[in-house]
Design a binder for this molecule. Structure first.
Ligand code: GDP
Ligand code: IMO
Ligand code: MG
Length: 431
């Protein structure tokens, strides 16, 4: 009963979309377990670029069933827009996409409140994607969220919106915003309700039946462990659990079902939004890496902050994720550098730290300790065998394995499916 989890090991945008796409080839089902349309997973197939925000990246493989799990928060308009975009691109979606009836809705007022709160935070803003993610999860936990299954009955749906409305009207008023009308909100959601209704399922039964029937399932993580609400650089995090713990609650499966966890990491670091970033290159070199790597947000278009590979938070992600297989992405982006640095540990107030300390603050005295590597100055993108790599590139990869005490099974040297080096192809084999 193999279930393989794909999880980002940094601050998101590691290249999970590409990994899920190439692993989907061997899977029967791909399921998202958390997050929402804050994600942007890019897949490039034969030169065509497709960015998925909510729908699992496996949808680009014919015949794969795709599931949006109960742990995801769903903006109904964003979902229907994405379905239509894929259909325009010739992808058959509706016969293969299933949406959990117990996933929570991102309501129009969540989106607005997210943006209002960010504006009020001023210099302390988190840099959210403004999609209402945190507000929808907050309502879920506060027990006044609305689940997809309520879309089956307009009166029940309208009653819930009406019941929660005074709480929101009060909030909007305190932010100096105009009140909103319950009828307008209901009608706005109802515009897309008929598109969504046929997709709703008891997702817990669907996924457990798939696994118990011998199906191979990929669990697609969004964001990354360092953005996890429990384990990330709080409060500069998202509001869900991207780390593999989120798979069980976000899909309704037992931890006993998880056979492998693939950790995805870039050959350098990026983050979009605010928060501590010890190896950040806030200079011309960082801007150069941004250009080479095309490091602009797939969801918001914002410039991503760039910096050197940092083993210290990575060790934390490996610890939390129980990663069995690592994928190293975008190694080609470093092709032209004369020298490459890797941060192996920090000195925090003079004390050596190998693992990311929780509660790291911008105000702390943190010194990254670097090891320098000579660049390989070779175009890696045409290479398909690790043995063909120049010595400098091999040394860089082997050194990362040594610092992290983990094996790198996939190396990506370009955005296309084909630009991948497989050092272990048997992911679904249970050992
Ligand atoms: P995700 O959110 O983790 O799926 O990552 P994003 O899609 O937000 O960002 C990764 C970007 O890097 C996308 O534009 C990918 O097409 C691109 N990409 C993925 N792997 C590689 C690679 O090995 N080399 C290069 N140059 N680009 C890559
Ligand atoms: P993928 O799946 C990178 C970041 C935002 C912000 C913080 C909180 O493509 O890797 P939110 O809107 O979630 O409340 O924002 O999290 N963030 C991401 N950064 N990749 C993502 O997704 C992200 N999703 C959210 O920039 O710092
Ligand atoms: Mg992304």
């Amino acid at each position: 009963m193999p279930l393989v989890v794909i999880v980002g090991c940094q601050w998101g945008d590691e290249g999970k979309g590409k990994v899920i796409d190439f692993l989907s080839h061997d899977a029967d089902m791909v399921a998202r377990y958390q997050g929402g349309n804050n994600a942007g997973h890019t897949v490039i197939v034969e030169g065509r670029k497709i960015i998925l925000h909510l729908i699992p990246s496996g949808i680009l493989h014919e015949g794969r069933r795709c599931l949006i799990g109960n742990g995801v928060v769903v903006d109904p308009h964003a979902l229907v827009e994405e379905i239509k975009k894929l259909e325009t691109a010739g992808v058959d979606v509706r016969s293969r996409l299933l949406v959990s009836e117990t996933a929570h809705l991102i309501m129009p007022y969540h989106r607005k409140l997210d943006q209002m709160m960010e504006a009020r935070r001023g210099a302390n803003k988190i840099g959210t994607t403004g999609r209402g993610i945190g507000c929808a999860y907050a309502d879920k936990v506060a027990r006044h969220g609305i689940r997809m299954l309520t879309l089956r009955d307009k009166d029940k749906f309208a009653k819930k919106v009406k019941d929660f409305s005074p709480f929101y009207q009060h909030l909007f008023q305190s932010y100096g915003e105009d009140p909103w009308s319950v009828d307008d909100v209901v009608e706005e959601v109802w515009q897309v309700r008929d598109d969504i209704l046929p997709l709703l399922v008891d997702s817990v039964t669907v996924i457990n039946d798939e696994l118990n029937g011998g199906g191979k399932v990929l669990a697609e993580g969004a964001q990354g462990v360092l953005l996890d609400v429990d384990f990330g650089t709080y409060p500069f995090v998202t509001s869900s659990s991207p780390s593999p713990g989120g798979v069980c609650t976000g899909l309704g499966i037992s931890p006993r079902q998880v056979s492998k966890v693939v950790g995805v990491m870039k050959a350098y670091s990026t983050r979009v939004g605010a928060g501590p970033f010890v190896t950040e290159l806030d200079n011309a070199l960082g801007a150069q890496i941004r250009e080479w790597g095309g490091e602009y947000g797939s969801t918001t278009g914002r410039s991503r902050r760039c910096g050197w590979f940092d083993c210290v938070p990575l060790r934390r992600s490996l610890q939390i994720g129980g990663i069995t297989n690592l994928a190293l992405m975008k190694l080609d982006v470093l092709d032209n550098l004369d020298e490459i640095k890797v941060c192996t540990h920090y000195l925090v107030d003079g004390k050596r730290e190998d693992l990311l300390p929780f509660g790291l603050d911008d105000a702390d005295d943190v010194q990254p300790i670097y090891v320098n590597f000579p660049g390989w100055k070779t175009n890696l993108s045409k290479m398909r065998n690790f043995d063909d790599f120049p010595k400098e590139a091999k040394d860089y990869v082997l050194a990362l394995e040594g610092y992290l005490n983990a094996h790198i099974d996939f190396i990506s040297v370009g955005p296309d499916r084909k630009e991948t080096i497989f050092r272990n192809g048997e992911l679904f084999k249970k050992d």
